[in-house]
Design a protein around this ligand. Structure first.
Ligand SMILES: [Zn+2]
Length: 265
């Protein structure tokens, strides 16, 4: 016996639009739109200009546009401008979109034989069919940590921070190191201080462009502060009740510092 299926309403796909390191937002900093909504606002040809389309989830697609064309009431913004504006979950999603786009732009050819890579439809993966090599989005693990000495913590102003803000020490993990070794080494290199008693304190993706911050608390062991001027402008011990300008709590550095302050109050 033949059955007829009820006609299904077409489900509108949702999309995120990215051009290089910028993402399209509306005046309320929304960045996820239905395809129908975008087509109504900007014309149906916009999405057909996309260089690639990636699936971010079942019904959410990333379109990478080859140019930052004028999009009327929508604007292209850098991811950093959305930090602290979006919820943490939405910021992670926007960061994921930017990183997928960046990864694809920088892995269009196989590093071994130079053939064009092919997008896998199974996962975030680019394949070289000649060499049978797979290229995955690159994540760079970093360590970050708050060093404490009783009621004080060690904070530093890095050379790359334009604002007069003090933060926790951080650095990239080197090949062959574990995260704890990397943190102990970074602290020694940047401020000449020895630390011990490391405790894991969480992690945070930091998409500028592809870091994963692995956080610790550590206790001071020995040594006087001597800064490496290539990395650090100034480093000091601060009492928990007399802190300088520090990062906000949407960064893991800010969370480490606030949690230290709360533990003493
Ligand atoms: Zn190859």
């Amino acid at each position: 016996m033949e059955t007829t299926s009820p006609a299904l309403e077409p489900v509108s796909q949702q999309c995120v639009l990215v051009h290089q390191n910028k993402i399209l937002v509306d005046s309320e900093s929304r960045f996820i739109f239905s395809e129908a909504e975008l087509s109504r606002a900007l014309g149906s040809s916009l999405l057909s200009h996309a260089a690639e389309r990636f699936s971010l989830s079942e019904r959410l697609f990333l379109y990478r546009l080859p140019s930052a064309q004028d999009c009327g009431e929508f604007v292209w913004v850098r991811l950093r401008e959305l930090l602290g504006v979006l919820s943490e979950a939405n910021f992670q999603l926007a960061g994921r979109a930017i990183q997928i786009s960046h990864w694809h732009m920088t892995h269009r050819y196989c590093g071994r034989c130079g053939s064009p890579t092919v997008i896998s439809d199974e996962e975030f993966r680019l394949d070289c069919e000649q060499c049978e090599i797979n290229y995955f989005p690159r994540i760079s693990p970093c360590v970050i940590g708050l060093i404490t000495r009783g009621e004080e913590c060690l904070l530093a102003r890095g050379v790359r921070h334009p604002e007069p803000m003090f933060s926790t020490l951080a650095g990239f993990i080197e090949v062959g190191e574990n995260a704890e070794q990397a943190f102990v080494r970074e602290v020694k290199e940047e401020v000449s201080v020895h630390v011990h008693k490391l405790q894991y304190a969480g992690s945070q993706p930091w998409p500028f462009p592809g870091q994963l911050m692995i956080a610790f608390t550590a206790e001071y062991l020995s040594g006087e502060i001597v800064i490496d001027p290539k990395e650090i402008v100034e480093a000091k011990w601060f009492h928990y009740d007399n802190l300088p300008l520090v990062p906000p709590e949407h960064s893991i550095a800010g969370r480490l510092i606030q949690s230290f302050v709360r533990s003493h109050r």
